[in-house]
Design a protein around this ligand. Structure first.
Ligand code: MN
Ligand code: MN
Length: 301
């Protein structure tokens, strides 16, 4: 069987339960014209109230933005009217990560596209089992999306998760691929189809903006304030992504900006670029985390 003993599987299950409850509460919480900051803070507070920790900042990605936007500190932006909003959230319990997403649809024209993402996810969950190649799951997702007249985003993938790891080494494509990579029993995977319009190019590009960061070189900082900030990040988030919002009052506010900039320029931190569909077409997403078994899987989220 797999690499995890029953105690660890129980932590993944608890992580998934906290995340499922949070997602369902967020579905009814999110509204047009709401500050994005309020959405992020609500999701992260719900996760903590339920006894989990955010595995990464709540992502709120609007219309052609596919992923990786979270509110920076004091973000004044709001959910536009008629928006398509991907809310992507993660929990860890003792480092064991689960990851889920839904798309809030405030434009009836895109309802079918959101349902297509959910249906593609359902088909991927029915397809995944021990020893299947990741490319076959990609083929099932691609067919499910194209059969309904839409297009998958070809350069975004699902991924195995691990302890303090969002991407634990294996990718699950959203398009057909010839690959020798196989799904393993006892492993935990996040599956996440992204869907766009048929006339889109169906790939995402990096934007210059970065709102999510990860510590990669804890010893690179030189000034006392930057070292203190790096220590806090290491102790609290380890190898997991975080937002500058979670660093309030770690160092005196007059020194914060300079210290954070030092961590970036010394490459102590890496930043995740915001991903945008290259032809600026709207994107829908659905995501669950599953525990794979010999003949199928259990949805944890
Ligand atoms: Mn996710
Ligand atoms: Mn994911």
């Amino acid at each position: 069987m797999g690499q995890y003993d029953e105690d660890i599987i129980e932590k993944f299950r608890l992580s998934g339960r906290i995340l499922r409850e949070t997602r369902e509460e967020m579905r009814s919480f999110i509204r047009e014209n709401m500050p994005i900051l309020q959405v992020c803070e609500k999701a992260e507070a719900l996760i903590r109230e339920k006894g989990g920790k955010p595995a990464f900042p709540c992502n709120v990605s609007i219309n052609e933005v596919a992923a990786h936007y979270t509110s920076p500190p004091n973000d004044a932006s709001t959910i536009p009217e008629k928006a398509l909003v991907k809310v992507d959230i993660g929990v860890h319990v003792d480092g064991y990560v689960t990851d889920t997403a839904f798309t809030a649809c405030f434009n009836p024209d895109y309802k079918n596209m959101v349902e297509t993402a959910e249906n593609a996810l359902k088909i991927a969950i029915e397809t995944i089992r021990a020893e299947i190649s990741t490319g076959k799951i990609g083929a099932a997702v691609e067919n499910a999306i194209k059969n309904r007249g839409f297009k998958p985003i070809s350069n975004l993938t699902g991924h195995s998760v691990g302890r303090y790891l969002i991407h634990a080494g294996t990718s699950i494509p959203n398009v057909s691929q010839i690959t020798i990579t196989k799904i393993k029993a006892g492993e935990v995977y996040a599956i996440e189809p992204f869907v766009t319009l048929p006339d889109a190019i169906g790939i995402v590009e990096d934007e210059p903006q970065k709102t999510i960061f990860r510590l990669v070189k804890p010893k690179a900082a030189k000034s006392a304030a930057a070292k203190q900030l790096a220590k806090f990040i290491e102790n609290n988030f380890r190898t997991l992504p975080f937002t500058e919002r979670w660093l309030k009052d770690v160092v005196p506010s007059a020194q914060h900006h300079e210290a954070f900039r030092e961590l970036l320029t010394t490459r102590a931190l890496m930043g995740y670029p915001v991903f945008v569909e290259a032809t600026k077409k709207p994107v829908a997403q659905a995501e669950h985390t599953v525990l794979v078994e010999e003949t199928g899987c259990t949805v944890l989220t």
